[in-house]
Ligand binder design. Structure first.
Ligand code: NAD
Length: 244
């Protein structure tokens, strides 16, 4: 069983598709009921679908318990997240709190619930979805970038605390990916700015993220990899001078 938050859309949905293709059953948790229904049409009975707010501690614990009741929890992917593209001096306390609640607290609650179950059942793999915005600071991302930097550090801490239980934890740091999130918050200027700083000069696809996520979930393929933050970003985080 693989539990995937935000699994009804974008990167999480692609990860769910990849996990199903590898023969895992998937527990999709997402707060968007309409997207959940669409995911059910796409994935069918290879997955279960739960309306879930990852900031709700009791709901997260119940979701992980229900997933575990259907089969051993081998993996968790925390893809639920919200973006924000707002200049630093216009960032309200409310926006900052909302972004950190979902991206940081939500990731922690899910990792803690899954970690407790995995500890008692011989191990597993936790894959958090951070961002290149958590690796490098960028315009308009004081709330979002700091939340993703926290996810990266949290993942390293999880890997350290949980290794003794056979649990690995790694963060995937996507660059700009074509998903409903970027369709909503990336205007034309933002897109052009990203493309001028991404050496490969294109957005990535959710399936390109899903391949990496499935690799990190797979105990036989990535058995000695833990505590890593792996960028999949067309070269953005590694680039020195911007493209000329
Ligand atoms: P998306 O909007 O397509 O999917 C995110 C999903 O998370 C949605 O289905 C949404 O309903 C769900 N969600 C949001 N808040 C939730 C909550 N409180 N509880 C449960 N579910 C919740 O976005 P995406 O682009 O696929 O993003 C997935 C993850 O990847 C996010 O964490 C995002 O920050 C990260 N990311 C995305 C990009 C990108 O360019 N798209 C880049 C870097 C990182």
């Amino acid at each position: 069983m693989i539990a995937i938050t935000g699994g009804a859309s974008g990167i999480g949905l692609a990860a769910a598709r990849a996990a199903v293709a590898k023969g895992w059953h998937v527990a999709v948790g997402d707060r968007d009921e309409r997207a959940l229904a669409a995911a059910e049409t796409a994935l069918g009975n290879k997955a279960t679908y739960t309306g879930l707010d990852v900031t709700d501690e009791a709901a997260v614990d119940a979701w992980i318990d229900a997933a575990t009741a259907r089969g051993r929890l081998a993996g968790l992917v925390t893809s639920a997240g919200i973006g924000a593209d707002v200049p630093a001096l216009d960032t309200s306390v409310d926006l900052f709190r909302r972004v950190h609640a979902v991206n940081v607290l939500g990731t922690f609650l899910c990792a803690r619930a899954a970690g407790r179950v995995m500890r008692d059942s011989g191990g597993g793999s936790i894959v958090t979805i951070a961002s290149v915005s958590g690796v490098r600071g960028s315009k308009g991302r004081v709330a979002y970038g700091s939340s993703k930097a926290a996810v990266i550090n949290m993942t390293q801490g999880l890997s350290t605390d949980l290794a003794r239980f056979g649990i690995r934890a790694n963060a995937v740091c996507p660059g700009p990916i074509e998903t409903p999130m970027t369709a909503e918050i990336h205007d034309r200027a933002t897109r052009e700015s990203w493309l001028s700083h991404v050496p490969m000069r294109r957005y990535g696809t959710p399936d390109e993220m899903a391949t990496l996520i499935a690799f990190l979930l797979d105990e036989t393929q990535s058995s000695y990899i833990t505590g890593q933050a792996i960028s999949a970003d067309g070269g953005f985080a590694g680039a020195g001078l911007p493209n000329l």
